[in-house]
Write a protein that binds this ligand. Structure first.
Ligand code: ADP
Length: 258
């Protein structure tokens, strides 16, 4: 599965695409289910992320996301099939029919913890690959883990991902943006510093969401309250009811301050 891409061109014509129902909506537009017809593979099911905005910066964001995805090829990472430039820009992705992990598990509370842990192990493999390619994800959360089936998870949404700085092992944000603070390590919030370790923190929160079957971390707490809770009070999210001690130990390790 980790063979290098042989297909160098990622450009897709609109005539290759058939669009069907909406799967969800993103920051800049909708995501639709559909089919893409490719010379080598034939007609394959896809998810098409449309940019419904003529804002130049939104376009740039989407092209950056495509640029990151172009460099990734792993069984545990949603594949980019290509980019279609028609009336709007469309990012054509491998389809994950069972959708986001959090909403899937909220409807499947009878699923065994061991199976949930298996899915999270797959996420760990995908993240390990991402870090080996010198990228930080910066938005790892259960909503961004998509399921192909109940036994197969893939990491998605590379809209915030960045390559590490050359010579440094981290990415320094130039300004604070719309950040998923509940998933962020304290150094992200304090110093805008992102690295493999801050993704590990987010992985811990994602593991908490998964083992609580789509539970919402920190309930109604605000960003500054969470920082006080974590840093001043040295508190952490509680062990979800059905979660094994051993798995909770992993979360606590992900959330070590140092
Ligand atoms: P944004 O980055 O703007 O939040 P996402 O990439 O998270 O957008 O996509 C929004 C929603 O679209 C997701 O929550 C999911 O429901 C759906 N979606 C996105 N990509 C896929 C995919 N490859 N397969 C199935 N559904 C998808």
């Amino acid at each position: 599965d980790n063979l290098p891409r042989t297909m160098k061109t990622f450009s897709i014509r609109q005539s290759q695409l058939e669009l069907e129902e909406e799967l969800g909506s993103g920051q800049f537009g909708s995501v639709q289910k559909g089919y893409c017809t490719l010379k080598r593979k034939g007609r394959i099911p896809v998810a098409v992320k449309k940019l419904n905005s003529d804002d130049k910066s939104a376009e740039e964001e989407m092209l950056k996301e495509a640029d990151v995805m172009r460099n990734l090829s792993h069984q545990r990472i949603v594949r980019m099939i290509g980019l279609c430039r028609a009336d709007c820009i469309m990012l054509v992705l491998e389809l994950c029919p069972c959708g986001p992990l959090n909403s899937f598990l909220a409807k499947r509370k009878e699923m065994k913890q061991s199976q949930v842990v298996q899915l999270m192990w797959q996420v760990a493999q995908g993240m390990s690959y991402l870090h080996s390619k010198n990228y930080v994800h910066r938005d790892l959360a259960a909503r961004n883990v998509l399921l192909v089936s109940e036994n197969s998870a893939k990491i998605s949404d590379f809209g915030m991902s960045k390559a590490f700085n050359i010579g440094n092992d981290y990415y320094k944000a130039r300004e604070a943006g719309k950040w998923p603070l509940k998933w962020y390590a304290p150094e992200c919030v304090y110093f805008w510093k992102f690295d493999a370790k801050s993704d590990v923190w987010s992985y811990g929160v994602t593991l908490w969401e998964a083992t609580s079957y789509g539970g919402k971390p920190y309930k109604t707490m605000k960003g500054n309250e969470i920082l006080k809770f974590l840093v001043e009070d040295e508190m952490r999210l509680k062990k979800p009811d059905f979660c094994d001690e051993q798995v909770y130990e992993i979360m606590l390790e992900c959330w070590q301050y140092e």
